[in-house]
Design a protein around this ligand. Structure first.
Ligand code: URA
Length: 243
């Protein structure tokens, strides 16, 4: 299989794709001994790629299930100096990045990997990976409100796809409800916006499940490595769709 040079460099863990493009344009990259400055250049696994005279080594792919705490940015760096998800993986010694994102103030299940192809596969909207969120709401929505959310609401002019919505519990005295919602889209702050659109602001949001994975056994800030079987299952699910 052929792949774009900048992607191959990024996937080898040398640097980000954008910085790899800069290295290529600056003439710091050679393919089979020749300087290549063309960004679209495709290379094969058998090609010898060197960056500043050092050959790329194939990095072993790693996959983690992370319980992101609230107050952490789903990114590899933050210009405001806030804590980022990769801070929790310093001991791993590999350049990991999150598969998609959770808001700063949302906690829960986030996959982390250095396998760019895997991340792109799972993040592609075509694959409809289901994610279950638990939302604590201000107020107690009626059945009809939950049905409306399940059918889809308009956010920024576009209707949300059908969702599974279920009341988990409510407290009449405190005027609060805990609602489960399962969606497969990943629009920006989607769950918060969905509840807001029907008049029930989210006070707390946790992503409890991602496809068949859950947070069992982990506390916020902890992670575990996915098993080979889980990785295989995720790849299969992305390719063949969720049951
Ligand atoms: N929906 C949200 O509102 N926030 C998230 O972090 C994820 C989904």
């Amino acid at each position: 299989m052929e792949e774009r040079l900048q992607k191959v460099i990024a996937n080898a863990g040398v640097t980000s794709r954008r910085k790899a493009e800069k290295l290529i344009e600056d003439g710091k990259v050679t393919v089979n001994g020749k300087v290549v400055r063309e960004l679209g250049t495709k290379v094969r696994a058998s090609d010898r790629v060197e960056v500043e005279g050092i050959a790329l080594t194939k990095e072993e792919h790693r996959y983690f299930l992370f319980y992101k705490p609230r107050g952490v940015v789903s990114a590899v760096s933050d210009e405001k100096g806030r804590r980022v998800v990769t801070d929790y993986f310093e001991a791993i010694g590999t350049r990991l990045y999150p598969v998609g994102r959770l808001d700063y103030d949302t906690s829960g299940l986030l996959l982390m990997t250095n396998d760019g192809e895997f991340a792109n596969l799972l993040m592609h909207p075509r694959y409809k990976v289901e994610k279950k969120y638990i939302a604590r709401l201000k107020g107690i929505p009626e059945r009809e409100v939950l049905q409306k959310l399940a059918k889809g609401v308009h956010l920024e002019g576009k209707k949300t796809a059908p969702a599974k919505v279920k009341m988990r519990s409510f407290d009449k005295k405190k005027e609060k409800a805990i609602v489960e919602i399962t969606i497969h889209e990943g629009r920006n702050r989607q769950v918060r916006k969905m509840f807001e659109s029907v008049g029930f602001p989210v006070q707390k949001l946790v992503r409890e499940e991602y496809a068949f994975l859950n947070l069992r056994g982990l506390n916020a800030g902890e992670w575990r490595e996915l098993t080979h079987h889980e990785v295989k299952q995720l790849k299969a699910l992305a390719q063949f769709g969720q049951k």
